[in-house]
Ligand binder design. Structure first.
Ligand code: SAH
Length: 395
């Protein structure tokens, strides 16, 4: 891609870039030479006219997302190299050759030095999701790079960016196959089968970020009565069943999600199982469960998408967790999560602490959880640590 403009920073505004933070905010920019379109590659210079980065230009508070801190040509080789590096990291984790797990995140935005890009692998299909205009306009290069790195191991590439691109950019993106066509086979996660619908489902079809935490639920489930609240396609429920739970109830307000749960339970455990599905609202359901469960999982959607609603979100987490603390059996274990990026670990822990105090129960923290290694955090971009979880023992 051609460089179409030069962006010049105000004095001292290069400091975070010297520490490899990949975002340039509009307020840091002194001026632009050229007239870039959204998604173009621009060069960034310090106030002393020294080159500092190359990035994707976009109108908005983050004006440039850095894709290279070195002067380089953004051609097919550039993308091949980026995807190869992401692949190498997953290979080091054993994910690319595993016989028990064939779905994982290949590219995690800033965590893989590719701000605005998500790529998830589901068996022989890669699902590409752009959150920035620049990544969307690079989708052909990204497709070629995935094919270059995987060879014939990847037979389909699906673009699911319709819902994640800025509306104002007017791209009229349509979700579509960039290569190959629909392959309908369940994927494997730690030997458990999941039907994943990237065409219909939320995110890229599945919440890959809970893999390790689901495994931990499996370990604690033996003989317990489990409630999986906000279950989506039933990830935690299937691990609880596999782990020998006495009973597993799954709840989600989406009937479509519950139909997927039923399919996933049947694919793994047939028609004789200890599972029940409920398409209901979380808060209403939780009010009715006095002493019914001794393992509860709360994995709600992000309550805060931006800092303006942070306080309201923290109250939401407090209310939700307080209900669980009130209702869980003595000796119960609560897995509680927040995936809101703007809610820090400390915020979340404080909400859970307040919820515990309101309930008056004795509560001990057993584990502090986060996202798995295929959702890496760029050390220079701590904002990338978004998933927080606590496992607590309730007397
Ligand atoms: N735990 C899941 C992911 C949860 S995503 C997994 O491991 O795959 C959050 C889910 O919460 C979504 O499926 C959404 O439909 C559901 N949800 C949102 N609001 C809800 C509410 N008020 N009551 C119940 N479910 C809700």
């Amino acid at each position: 891609m051609e460089v179409t403009a030069q962006v010049f920073l105000k004095p001292k505004k290069e400091e975070s870039l010297l520490r490899f933070h990949p975002w340039i905010f509009s307020g840091a920019i002194k001026g632009i030479i050229g007239n870039p379109n959204e998604g173009d590659v621009v060069e960034v210079y310090t106030s002393n006219n020294e080159f500092i980065a190359l990035g994707h230009y976009q109108v908005g508070s983050i004006t440039v997302r850095v894709i290279s801190f070195e002067p380089t040509i953004i051609d097919q080789d550039f993308w091949n190299d980026k995807v190869q590096r992401a692949y190498d990291a997953r290979q080091a984790l054993g994910l690319t050759s595993s016989t028990t797990t064939n779905c994982y995140r290949l590219i995690h935005g800033e965590g893989d030095n590719l701000p605005g890009l998500i790529v998830d692998i589901y068996g022989e299909t890669a699902v590409v999701q752009s959150h920035s205009v620049g990544m969307y306009l690079s989708r052909q290069n990204i497709t070629e790079a995935i094919k270059h790195v995987y060879g014939n191991q990847i037979k389909a590439i699906y673009d699911k960016s319709e819902g994640t691109l800025p509306f104002k950019a007017g791209l009229n993106a349509k979700d579509e196959y960039l290569f190959g066509s629909s392959i309908d086979t369940p994927v494997l996660e730690n030997r458990i089968k999941f039907n994943v619908s990237w065409e219909e489902g939320q995110k890229t079809g599945f919440f890959l970020d809970q893999r390790d935490n689901r495994e931990l639920v499996g370990k604690y489930s033996k003989g317990r009565d489990v409630l999986n609240m906000f279950c989506y396609t039933g990830g935690f429920s299937l691990y609880a069943l596999a782990g020998g739970a006495n009973s597993v109830d799954s709840v989600d307000s989406s009937q479509k999600a519950m139909n997927m749960v039923d399919r996933n339970v049947e694919v793994n455990f047939g028609t004789e199982h200890k599972h029940t599905s409920y398409a209901e609202d979380a808060f209403e359901y939780l009010r009715t469960i006095d002493g019914k469960y001794d393992l509860i999982i709360l994995d709600p959607p992000a309550f805060a998408k931006h800092t303006k609603v942070l306080n309201k979100a923290l109250l939401g987490y407090r209310r939700l967790n307080a209900l669980a603390f009130h209702k869980i059996k003595p000796g119960g274990i609560l897995f509680t999560f927040s995936c809101s990026q703007v809610v820090t670990k400390e915020h979340f822990r404080n909400s859970v602490f307040t919820a515990a105090a309101i309930s008056g129960r004795k509560v001990r923290i057993l584990h502090q959880l986060t996202q798995p290694a295929d959702h890496p955090i760029n050390i220079y971009h701590p904002e990338g640590e978004y998933l927080k979880g606590l496992v607590v023992y309730v007397e």
